[in-house]
Design a protein around this ligand. Sequence first.
Ligand code: LMR
Length: 398
Amino acid sequence: MFQSLSTLPADPILGLNQVFQQDGNPDKINLSIGVYQDAAGKTPIFSAVKKAEQLLIEKQKTKSYIAQAGDPDFLEGVVRLILGDALAADINERVSAVMTPGGCGAVRMIAELLVEASTSGRVWVSNPTWANHYPLLESAGLTLETYTYYDTATNKIDFEGMVAALQAIPKGDTVLLHGCCHNPTGADLTPAQWDQVISIVAERELMPFIDVAYQGFGDGLDQDAYGIRSAIERLPEVLIASSCSKNFGLYRERTGAAIVVSESARAANAAKSHIMSAARRCYSMSPYHGGGIVGLILSDDGLYQEWRNELETVRNRMNLLRDQLAKGLNDVQSKIDFGFVGDSKGMFCFLGIPRESVLTLRSEYAIYLLESTRINLAGLSEKNLPIVIERVADVIQR
Ligand code: LMR
């Protein structure tokens, strides 16, 4: 049966990470996949996560199924984290949430919902967007189109272009926005730009679909939720795909949530029933472990505070490395002004160097970044930063 199949090309992110893992160069540097690393180059387990996990193992009396939608503490906690306490309480009836296998599971479950509910079946994504948005959404049966977002000539958001593009989207289509820490560019909308985008979404009667995978990695948990909360305050319906991979460091647990804000409790419940039915036909229900951990952290004041503090340390470290990279690159060369690197938010930014330079960094120096020039700032360290600066400057000046 499989004789006729040819092997598919590797995933652009996971595949490159695999090539890195197999590279025998002892000085190799991984700036490809979005995984946080500390000064020792390790991806630590948050201590709040470790404590919650121990607690969960001690408390757990059965391995029987949990509710079909997922752990209630997790769902309530994640909704409050994203919406904020006040908004979550205000619109409680109009929100429904389902636990999913990671942020990818959430994007996919919302895609399944859109296939059933959206009349056009079209979703507009930013140009560029996270590479995996395409297979996740298109294989569900949706058609993807792009709206103008990032200008590689200026290394900034082309906001005028974005506004014009959004204004031309047909009524009823879905627009996928990155809640914060845009992946891959690190270029985020300002609050004023969010306000304008939300006005267009309202005027054009578009369906906003916000993917939030890095809450707390930009300016802070509340600041990073500005766009989502404003959208909910001003629009009748909002779809949210959320991930706990990065901000709880739960990469392998696959923990996320598909959240639907609807016009009425009835519609929110109907949407939830469709998501649960899609999950049932794909994988029945989400795995529990990661959600159980997050649910414990978000429902315990001590663990919550500990996690927030740890997240702040992670954010501050990434911001320091970002500033040092931008300054260091500008100190040693004048071909490219890397000031925009210092303005980026979250884990990623584009480096804006020629593609050949990306390939030379990989082949000559075993420094891995995506061909789009996206780098994972959290792959930098006090130790490898001077090397990265020297070698990037070298390849772009050849
Ligand atoms: C990334 O963008 O590198 C991460 O979100 C990991 C992934 O699954 O692609």
